[in-house]
Ligand binder design. Structure first.
Ligand code: 5GP
Length: 189
C-alpha cells in the first residue's frame, strides 16, 4: 500500500532493538484518513471471506481494527491486556509475550463476543515474532470460531512471525513489509 509506505518512509523512526516508532500516525497520534484507507484495503483483500467479527488487541490495533470493521459492517472486539474484573469463567485467556515490553501479559476476551461459527479477521498494527497474532488466534479457536485471516499494517519481514503464521496455515496480508531496519534505515521488502 503506497500511501502507507510513504508515510513509514517519511515519519518512521528506527529505535534500537529493531523497533520502528510510528507515533505520528499509528501508535500515539493517529491519522484517521490513513486508517480509513487501511480499513478499505483490508476489506478489499478479505472481501470473499464472509467475515463476521474483527478481532484486535489494545491499544494500537484499535484504529485499524475499527476502520476495517466499519468498512465490513461487522463488530470489532479488542482483546484487553489488563486483568479483567469479570469472572474467569466468562472470559477467554491467553498468554502473550510482548516484543516491545519484553514481558508476558495475559490477554482476555469476553466469551459473549465470539461464538462458534464466527468467521474472524485478526487485525494488528505490527507483526514481529507473531506472539500477539498467535495469542488472538488461540482465543478464536477456544471460542470454536474460525480465523479467516490476519491483516497486518506493518510487517517486519526480517522477524519470523509472518513465516510462522503462514506455516501454521493462516492467511497473512500485510500492507507494508519491511526487509530491514539496519543502520537506522527502513528498507522495504
Ligand atoms: P509480535 O507479537 O508479532 O512479536 O509483535 C507485535 C506486537 O508488538 C504488536 O502488537 C505491536 O504492538 C508490537 N510491536 C512489535 N514490533 C514493533 C515495532 O517495531 N514498533 C511498534 N510500534 N510496535 C511493535
Amino acid at each position: 500500500m503506497q500511501l502507507l509506505q510513504n508515510k513509514v518512509k517519511e515519519e518512521g523512526i528506527v529505535l534500537s532493538g529493531q523497533v520502528l516508532k510510528v507515533d505520528s500516525f499509528l501508535n500515539h497520534q493517529m491519522d484517521p484518513v490513513l486508517m480509513k484507507e487501511v480499513g478499505k484495503e483490508f476489506t478489499r483483500r478479505f472481501k470473499d471471506e464472509n467475515v463476521t467479527r474483527v478481532l484486535t488487541i489494545e491499544s494500537s490495533g484499535i484504529a485499524p481494527g475499527i476502520m476495517t470493521a466499519l468498512e465490513m459492517d461487522v463488530p470489532m472486539i479488542f482483546a484487553r491486556k489488563q486483568k479483567s474484573l469479570t469472572l474467569r469463567e466468562d472470559i477467554f485467556v491467553e498468554k502473550v509475550y510482548s516484543f516491545t515490553k519484553q514481558e508476558t501479559n495475559e490477554i482476555t476476551v469476553s466469551k459473549k463476543f465470539i461464538k462458534p461459527g464466527d468467521r474472524v479477521l485478526i487485525v494488528d498494527d505490527f507483526l514481529a515474532n507473531g506472539e500477539a497474532a498467535f495469542g488472538l488466534a488461540r482465543i478464536v479457536e477456544q471460542a470454536g470460531a474460525e480465523v479467516v485471516g490476519i491483516g497486518i499494517v506493518i510487517e517486519k519481514a526480517f522477524q519470523p512471525g509472518g513465516r510462522l503464521l503462514a506455516e501454521a496455515g493462516y492467511r497473512v496480508e500485510s500492507l507494508v513489509r519491511i526487509a530491514s531496519l539496519d543502520d537506522g534505515t527502513v528498507t522495504f521488502a
